[in-house]
Structures are given as C-alpha cells and as structure tokens.
Design a protein around this ligand. Structure first.
Ligand SMILES: Cc1ncc(COP(=O)(O)O)c(C=O)c1O
Length: 455
C-alpha cells in the first residue's frame, strides 16, 4: 500500500464522461410529475426554465454522458482535485482506520458547486440565454454560478436565503466581484417573496422560498432561465467527476473504500462521490457501506416522508418523489446553510429506499468539534456543511478503533469554510446552540403534502 499523503492526477485524467447511475439501478426512479395534470412531465413543460440539453440529461438513461470539451477545458482550472490520506488525523484519533478525503475546496468558489455551474452556464450559453436566476443557501452555489456567468458572459441573479445573507456578507461580495446581483430572500421583488414578507417581515428565509423567487423571475422572460445547484438528476450527474477521479486516485493508493461518507443538503456532493462507486457495486464490483450525513435540525433523509412534493415553497416547480419535510417547512437558522433544504434529491432518495445507502443525523456543535479537530491536524478549515461529513468519517474511524479493525474510509470534503468564520467564532464563543426543528411545524408541513394517490 502506498505511503503518500496526496494522490494527484494529471489534467489529462479529468473524466471525459459523466456517470449516470440510472443505467445501473435495479429499478428506475419514479417519474417527475406535472403539478396540474399529475402526469409525467414532458420536455416542453421544463423549457421555460432550462435549455433542452439539460432537460435531456435530466431524463437520460445511458450510462456515460460526454463532457463537452469547453467544460473540460474550464475544469482544468482546478480539476482533478486532490485526494488526501488524512495521516495526521488518523494519528490524532489513534485509529487503525485508513482515512481518505477528496478535497473540492480547491475550486475557485471553494466547493464542489462549480462542477455543475460550469456545464449549466455552458448549455444555457449555447441556447442563447442572457440571464440566469438562482437561489443560494450557504452562498457557495451562488458564488459558483456567478463565476460561471462571468466566464460565459451571462448575467446572474442570486436569491440568497436571508439568514445566510446576514451571516455571510463576504459571500455576497464574492458574487458581486464576479459580476452577479445578490438579493436577500424573501425579497419584495417577487410575488412569492412579498407573500412571505406580508406574513412575517423578519422571515429568515429558506432554500424553498429562494427557489420560488428565482423560478418566478425566470418564468417571466424568454431570455432568462433558472439554474438549480443541487437535487436534480443533471446536477448530480455533473458532480460524478468527483467520484470518478476518486476511483482512479484510490487505485493509485492501492486501496478501496470500505465506507464512503458524504454530507447531504440536496444530495449533490454526496451523489458526486458515491454514485460511481455504487454503480461499480451494482455491476458486481466491490461493496462499500455508504453513509449520508445530515443535520438533526433539517433531517429529510432520517425523518422525512418519501412522497411526492414540490421543490419550492410557492409550488411553482414540478412534483418529485423524494424524502421531504414538506415544502413549507422552514428549518431553524443553523450555520450549515447549504443543508437547510426541505427535500432530498430524488435519486439519493431512491437509492435510500432501495436500501443501498444509510443515513444519520447530527447536531451542529459536534460537527464543528470535528471540523476543528480536522483543521488542527490536516490544516484545512472545512465549510460547516462539510463538517457533517468530517464528523461522520471520524465516528467511523473511532468505531474501527473500538472494534480493532482497519477499514478504509473515504469522505468528500466538499468545501472550505473561509467565508464561514462567523460560524467558527460563534462556536468558540459558546454561542452555537444545538437546535431542533419544531415538531408542530414539521407535522403541519407534512400534512400539507400534495395528494398524489395515482402513483
Ligand atoms: C460546501 C457545501 N457542501 C454541501 C452543500 C449541500 O449541497 P449538496 O447536498 O447538494 O452537496 C452545500 C450547499 O450549498 C455547500 O455549499
């Protein structure tokens, strides 16, 4: 086995194809439904929001989907990203486990999000689109699309969840530096925003509300489309570059993961690292235990219902079958803003239903504790979202120690936390509280799920 600390691939090893797990699943995921007719959506239903090439990727069934050369060319700016062996963390934990992490914080925006922002901007540019609207929670996705917009000459308008807008002014400054416009959501600029503000002018916002605002604006103009930073099949597809590279890098390390861990907000970085390995497993390859980690305050996979639901609060999107807390559910304003989404990617939900993955939930303080231990050993300060994966990986390593077993653990360190220092300051000042969701609100949101009895 190799004794290296990092495993680096040459630019020529950037994957030429994304991996589509739909080709290898034992059963296809349930169809996306039109909210009016409750019939499966057809491409023309989605055309007001997305270019046709993205719509075709959303429903694609072939295993390998070619990455356009101009996208690969931009990927070269930071890809292939490094895979590290966390030797110092292993030592600090005194664990026999072998811990590996794929580091996506090397991208210009600081996370995995540009992996999909670049192709989404590329396909929109090809379709002649001048402006893209979007939502952002942590600010990572908004920054990534802003960066992509700058490269392709597309105007970007970002609705940023109000609590994150207040917590992270420098994320907004980064988006503006890339030339994007960033608006706190709920905003007075849209009908959906005004309806929320009329009931509660101090509303903290949620990803579901920000999506409604962005979709509403995109639907109003032919030259404007909408882009989503997670959840949808094409986003998960684009993120598979992470896992495809990690497979080659694990081979360089002469090792194979026994356990793979990722944090889940909408499911894209998790799917990115996991799906290529899961696909290999479904085709008869080696088995790995796969663990999704989410916040207790917004536990869609561990507490949500597997049901058809809207992707947004104002019910402007199609219906997807997913683990959901209900589209009107507003999670508490904890610091991992990217994990404050009421639903989970339909593909991640589907593999959970098939019993192919596990899920667990943590409170935020234990995740920050893990992030600080990681920073003090490996030197990289993780994003609050990524701290959930760090916690999950450390717990797996501690289990190896208890059991006296040396397993190989791979996790996705999906972003750095350099714009999240207020969260770390709050943690050190003892101001972080472990919030629980309001059970009454969850019950109310679940009671409001659309009734889709035909499917
Ligand atoms: C660093 C980081 N990790 C994770 C997430 C959660 O999204 P996903 O589950 O799609 O990876 C976000 C979302 O904003 C993020 O910024």
């Amino acid at each position: 086995m190799s004794d290296s600390v990092k495993y680096l691939l040459d630019e020529s090893r950037i994957p030429k194809f994304w991996y589509n797990i739909v080709a290898d699943l034992p059963s296809p995921p349930p169809p996306v439904l039109h909210p009016g007719t409750l019939q499966p959506v057809v491409p023309s239903d989605l055309e007001p929001l997305f270019p046709l090439s993205i719509i075709m990727q959303e429903t694609a069934t072939e295993r390998d989907i070619e990455i356009p050369e101009p996208v690969r060319d931009i990927y070269r700016q930071w890809r292939p990203s490094p895979l590290f062996r966390a030797r110092r963390l292993e030592k600090a934990l005194a664990t026999p486990a072998r811990i590996y992490y794929k580091y996506e914080g090397v991208s210009p925006a600081g996370s995995h999000k540009p992996n999909t922002a670049i192709p989404q901007a590329f396909y929109n540019k090809e379709a002649g689109i001048k402006r893209i609207t979007t939502e952002t929670g942590a600010g990572q996705w908004g920054s990534s699309l802003a960066f992509a917009g700058a490269l392709f000459g597309i105007d970007i308008q970002v609705f940023m969840v109000r609590v994150s807008y207040q917590q992270k002014p420098y994320r907004r400054a980064l988006m503006e530096t890339y030339g994007a416009q960033c608006i706190a959501s709920p905003s007075p600029d849209t009908e959906s925003g005004r309806a929320i503000l009329a009931k509660n002018p101090e509303h903290l916002g949620s990803l579901g509300i920000a999506i409604s605002e962005a979709v509403e604006i995109a639907g109003q103009r032919d030259d404007t489309n909408y882009a989503l930073g997670s959840v949808l099949n094409h986003v998960l597809l684009h993120q598979t570059v992470v896992g495809l590279e990690a497979m080659a890098q694990m081979e360089m390390a002469d090792d194979y993961p026994d356990v793979i861990v990722g944090c889940t907000g909408g499911g894209s970085n998790f799917a990115g690292i996991v799906f290529p390995f899961l696909g290999a497993q479904l085709r008869g390859g080696r088995q790995a235990r796969i663990v999704a980690v989410e916040p207790i305050a917004c536990p869609s996979l561990t507490r949500g219902k597997y049901a058809y639901d809207f992707g947004d609060t104002a019910h402007l999107t199609p219906l997807t079958k997913m683990h959901t807390l209900g589209s009107t559910f507003t999670p508490p304003g904890f610091h991992a803003g990217g994990l404050r989404y009421h639903g989970m990617a339909p593909l991640v939900s589907h593999v959970k239903e098939l019993g192919l993955i596990e899920a667990k939930a943590y409170h935020q303080k234990t995740c920050f504790e893990a992030g600080v231990q990681f920073a003090r050993t490996e030197g990289i300060l993780p994003a609050p979202e990524a701290n959930h994966a760090v916690r999950g990986a450390i717990d797996e390593a501690l289990r190896c120690k208890e059991e006296g077993v040396s397993r190989s653990i791979l996790f996705n360190l999906c972003g750095h936390g350099h714009f999240d220092m207020q969260a770390y300051m709050d943690y050190f000042a003892g101001k972080l509280v472990d919030q629980n969701y309001d059970p009454a609100e969850l019950a109310m949101a679940l009671a409001g799920l659309p009734s889709v009895s035909a499917i």
